[in-house]
Design a protein around this ligand. Structure first.
Ligand code: GTP
Length: 417
């Protein structure tokens, strides 16, 4: 290993390429793949009735996601609880598909007693986390449907005073479970100065109650331009918005999305008039992925850890062991014992192997000795037999088998004199 590298860790050597290899195309591969798969985004809108939630959602995504509502008749029965409704739509822009889901919470803050208005909303957000966790734990998790809420637009009534106890209670209960984006609804009912003062007061309240609202990330900014953009977006929070799905004509003859008043036209898409453009930039154009990532990596992860721990599933990260020394010691002891047992088994195995080898060798030399012994015995026996035969020949005084030629000759001489 290189100096300065711990053993077992692959050293990283920085190299300059000699030519084009092709991995500069990686971002394009990711781009193509994600465009093909499409995107999913779920946003929740919370706020009292009539604050312009439906209108703003329609304005944000430039589509009539919410059909125009009929005003409620005076004698109509109102629901007694906060209902949760969600609407999904597939929208497409320049070939990029987005499945947008808007979760509406009609009834929030509409009752005489609104103490528990936040409860069904928290439950709904947690149920969505639950469903995701359950899908993650399945044997087959190829088709995970992500219904988690990625952002929550909280509509603040344009009173110009301060946050109401209900606003504070809601945000306190929700800020660890969802990306909160506070907006001042119907900002056209306040003057510029009133908006500025109201924003300062809201931010002070939020800070005082230690509420965490979604912040445009300022880390790893590629360039000064992105940095400026992030700062500009951050400076507008809470966004003072005006919604309208109507197109109106300005005094100078332009057709714009806006609201027409006897004294002029308020333009939704004009940054001089309201913060709608900045809100859209934060929610859609610049930070949609950031919102999704923060939901997954931080909000869901924290909730999941808490949930699993409360279910008695032991955490295996080093962080948990550090805060639990008894558990760490126990684990170390178990590991140590396992190591000893393994060493012992290995030694036994080596010993047995050696014994077997020795035994095999001994057996082999024994067999060799036997074989040699047998050979020698056989050759001795042969020698003995030979000698015995010779002895018999000598004792008889003549060869055991007379030579054929001699006999015939004699016989012939004898027959033919
Ligand atoms: P619920 O569905 O009852 O919860 O109401 P909502 O919050 O969805 O409000 P909705 O969008 O239906 O708007 C209620 C009324 O407010 C409508 O008459 C809108 O035209 C009006 N409105 C919506 N946005 C604005 C705005 O930015 N400024 C002003 N002045 N009026 C608005």
């Amino acid at each position: 290993s290189l100096p300065g590298n711990a053993p077992g860790i692959t050293p990283i050597i920085r190299k300059k390429l000699m030519g084009y290899v092709g991995f500069a195309n990686l971002p394009n591969q990711v781009h193509r793949k994600s465009v093909r798969k499409g995107f999913q985004f779920t946003t929740m809108v919370v706020g009292e009735s009539g604050l312009g939630k439906s209108t703003l959602v329609n304005t944000l995504f430039n589509t009539t996601l919410y059909p125009p509502k009929e005003p409620l008749a005076p004698d109509a029965e109102r629901s007694q609880t906060v209902a949760i409704q969600s609407i999904s739509a597939d929208i497409e822009e320049n070939g990029v598909r987005l499945r947008l889901t808007v979760v509406d919470t009609p009834g929030f803050g509409d009752f005489v007693n609104n103490d528990d208005s936040w409860k069904p909303i928290v439950e709904n957000i947690e149920a969505r986390f639950d469903s995701y966790l359950e899908q993650e734990n399945r044997v087959n998790r190829q088709k995970i449907v992500d219904n988690r809420v990625h952002a929550c637009l909280y509509f603040i009534q344009p009173t110009g005073h301060a946050l109401k106890p209900l606003d504070i209670e809601f945000m306190r209960r929700l800020h660890t479970k969802v990306n909160l984006i506070p907006v001042i609804a119907k900002a056209d009912t306040l003057t510029d100065d009133e908006v500025a003062e109201f924003k300062a007061r809201i931010l002070a309240d939020i800070a005082y109650h230690n509420i965490h609202i979604f912040q445009a990330p300022t880390y790893e900014m590629e360039d000064a331009e992105t940095m400026d953009e992030a700062e500009e977006i951050a400076s507008k929070i809470p966004f003072a918005v005006v919604g309208s799905d109507q197109v109106v004509v300005t005094p100078d003859g332009r057709e714009v999305r806006g609201r027409s008043y006897p004294w002029g036209v308020i333009e939704v898409d004009n940054e001089e008039h309201c913060d709608f453009v900045k809100l859209r930039q934060m929610l859609v154009r610049t930070y949609m992925e950031e919102l999704r990532e923060y939901t997954n990596d931080v909000l869901y992860e924290n909730w999941r850890t808490e949930k699993l721990l409360s279910m008695g599933v032991a955490q295996d990260s080093s962080v948990f062991k550090e805060v639990n020394p008894a558990l760490r010691m126990q684990e170390e002891r178990v590991l140590h014992e396992a190591k000893l047992a393994k060493m012992e088994a290995e030694m036994k195995m080596v010993f047995q192997q050696k014994v077997q080898e020795k035994e095999a060798k001994l057996k082999q030399s024994e067999e060799e000795l036997y074989a040699r012994h047998r050979e020698m015995k056989e050759s001795l026996e042969k020698q003995r037999l030979d000698l015995e035969e010779k002895k018999r020949k000598i004792e008889n005084g003549r060869p055991l088998t007379p030579e054929k030629g001699t006999q015939q000759k004699t016989r012939k001489g004898f027959l033919r004199p």
